[in-house]
Design a protein around this ligand. Structure first.
Ligand SMILES: Cc1ncc(COP(=O)(O)O)c(C=O)c1O
Length: 375
């Protein structure tokens, strides 16, 4: 079935915001709370309930959430943190900021999450934490990681709605870190959260997110703070987004269904695996393009879709191959599954701001490229 050509460009993940968010921001500014105040506190309270966690601490970014969680655990020079190469570089950067070394472990080919079978050989007496990622919203296999001993800190930037074997991501490991970045399922523009059941850890993160302890002329400093707190203006946006979460989740789920149906049968274009035992957060719809079967590379598809006004993205290029990590760790072993995936992954537009017809346009465009390349 041929579809009309698009006259407007289709964004990759435009924010799904409207008058309610605008009104919430205006109201916050009128209230006089520009910095961390009652809205950030309410967000922490509501997120703790939603994530089924004892404590949630609101921060300036997902990166800050991971960084402060690691600092609170005492990760420092000489330590190692086991993590995945298929992630946004921030996951590994925060380990560097602690003065520790990220130890990259290869991923599983089907869902691109850290391969739990390979983690034990990477754990040594220097391992201070394990930092896995839930790529695209599919939880990684947490139980084997939790069984190894070192604390697990999850990078759950993609996994706000995820459940692992029925358990809410946010309520499982030592600390779980979320992002409120512009494209995330609850988007404030910028922001992050640490969820934890450990009161002492929550308190350490809370203290480090500011510069000092106390107020007025009676303040003191017990450690150099990071000034990584969340503004009430952004918390106000996140609160509205949380109200809309159910609606937005339904839209994301529907877009996944449309892609599953529409791309089924395109040999060599394969979505990442989703485990039916888990709840997926539907954060990203990622396919792998196998050039041998799909008639062209991921980059061929990306360029052809771009020409037709469809924006796509890549999640992710393997972090250990990026210049800084490559040069810093020349002894890094190759990670063949991640390295192959880095050249094949393509993320298709997904957002509650898109209509079903927008997604059908993307599917038609992918089908068109496929027919042209496969012949
Ligand atoms: C997997 C992953 N981890 C961490 C981050 C960092 O979050 P932030 O941008 O809020 O610092 C992102 C992206 O934004 C991400 O996609």
């Amino acid at each position: 079935m041929s579809r009309r050509a698009r006259t407007t460009r289709l964004g990759f993940q435009p924010p799904a915001v409207g008058e309610e968010e605008i009104e919430a921001v205006a109201e916050t500014i009128r209230s006089g709370w520009l910095t961390t105040g009652p809205r950030a506190a309410l967000l922490e309270e509501r997120m703790a309930e939603y994530l089924e966690a004892e404590h949630v601490v609101a921060l300036a970014s997902g990166t800050a959430a991971m960084h402060l969680a690691l600092v609170a655990l005492g990760v420092g020079p000489g330590d190692e943190v086991v993590t995945t190469p298929i992630t946004w570089p921030a996951t590994a950067n925060v380990v560097e900021h602690c003065g520790a070394r990220p130890v990259f472990v290869d991923v599983r080919p089907d869902d691109l999450n850290i391969d739990p079978a390979r983690v034990p050989e990477a754990v040594t007496e220097r391992t201070k934490a394990i930092l896995p990622v839930h790529i695209a919203g599919q939880p990684c296999d947490l139980d084997p990681l939790l069984a190894l001993g070192p604390p697990v800190v999850e990078d759950a930037a993609h996994a706000l709605e995820s459940r692992y074997r029925g358990r809410k991501v946010g309520a499982i490991s030592t600390a779980t870190c979320f992002s409120l970045y512009a494209t995330k399922n609850v988007a404030a523009g910028e922001g992050g959260l640490v969820a934890t059941d450990d009161s002492a850890l929550a308190e350490r993160v809370r203290e480090m997110r500011l510069t000092r302890r106390g107020d007025g002329s009676r303040y003191d400093q017990v450690g150099p703070g990071f000034k990584a707190n969340l503004s009430d203006v952004l918390a106000a946006i996140a609160l509205v987004q949380l109200d809309k979460l159910e609606l937005h989740t339904a839209a994301r789920r529907r877009q996944f269904e449309l892609y599953d149906e529409g791309l089924d049968g395109l040999d060599g274009i394969t979505p990442l695996a989703r485990d039916p035992r888990d709840t997926h957060a539907h954060h990203l719809y990622v396919v792998r393009v196998d050039a041998g079967r799909a008639g062209g590379t991921r980059d061929d598809y990306r360029a052809a879709l771009d020409e037709q006004g469809v924006a796509t993205s890549i999640h992710f290029l393997p972090v250990h191959l990026l210049t800084w990590f490559r040069e810093r760790y020349p002894d890094q072993v190759s990670l063949p599954v991640a390295e192959r995936a880095g050249g094949e992954v393509l993320s298709l537009p997904l957002s509650p701001a898109h209509s079903e017809d927008d997604i059908r346009d993307v599917i038609a465009a992918v089908q068109g490229v496929y027919e042209r390349l496969v012949g």
